[in-house]
Design a binder for this molecule. Structure first.
Ligand SMILES: [Fe+2]
Length: 196
């Protein structure tokens, strides 16, 4: 990938997070300054098949970022944290992420982790928790987000979701795929979530 394309994606991600209506985004104070990405070899996943339909369901504010992401998706490294034993084989066909900053990403030294999560339609990302504080910013698709103290809530694109450290949370998509920006800050940026 052209480093300028990566930096453009990173800048658009930051702009979207900054424009989100949330009081939690002091997390962004740790955003990488003068980033010099060490770009990774691309890796595709089955879930990328859903990217083609995502633009039709993306609001104008997020369109430039999502269009750029879709156009260059085959040049990025898409990964999965879980294995078949965690949530089953069908989940792995409909789940994947691309990390822009944080451990194991092109900006590995970053004090926060940021990337996108893509889920196919009719998919449940089961309950899990982690030490990091998290913001999800949905960019496309309709989905319900669970938080153990709040139950299931439907969230439209650009309505942020805040998950404090170690709170159990989950996501359930409907008949459209879901693309969200995620931002992690705090401890355990390189640790797998605890399931359950
Ligand atoms: Fe999470």
């Amino acid at each position: 990938m052209d480093p300028d394309v990566f930096l453009s994606l990173l800048g658009e991600a930051k702009r979207l997070l900054e424009s989100a209506d949330t009081g939690e985004l002091e997390l962004l104070h740790q955003w990488p300054r003068d980033p010099e990405p060490a770009l990774q070899s691309p890796q595709n996943l089955p879930v990328l098949a859903w990217l083609d339909s995502i633009l039709a369901d993306t609001p104008d504010t997020a369109w430039a970022f999502v269009d750029n992401l879709v156009a260059h998706s085959n040049e990025l490294y898409w990964g999965q944290t879980y294995q078949t034993d965690d949530f089953g084989a069908a989940f792995l066909q409909r789940y994947g992420w691309c990390k822009f900053a944080g451990p194991g990403s092109p900006l590995a030294d970053s004090a926060l982790a940021c990337g996108v999560l893509l889920l196919g339609p009719e998919t449940e990302y089961p309950s899990h928790s982690h030490a990091a504080e998290e913001i999800y910013l949905p960019l496309s698709g309709q989905a319900e987000f669970y938080r153990e103290d709040n139950g299931w809530k439907a969230k439209a694109p650009l309505i942020p979701v805040h998950n404090p450290p170690w709170i159990r949370h989950a996501i359930k998509t409907g008949d459209t795929p879901l693309l969200v920006l995620y931002l992690w800050s705090g401890d355990g940026l390189d640790r797998k979530s605890t399931i359950g």
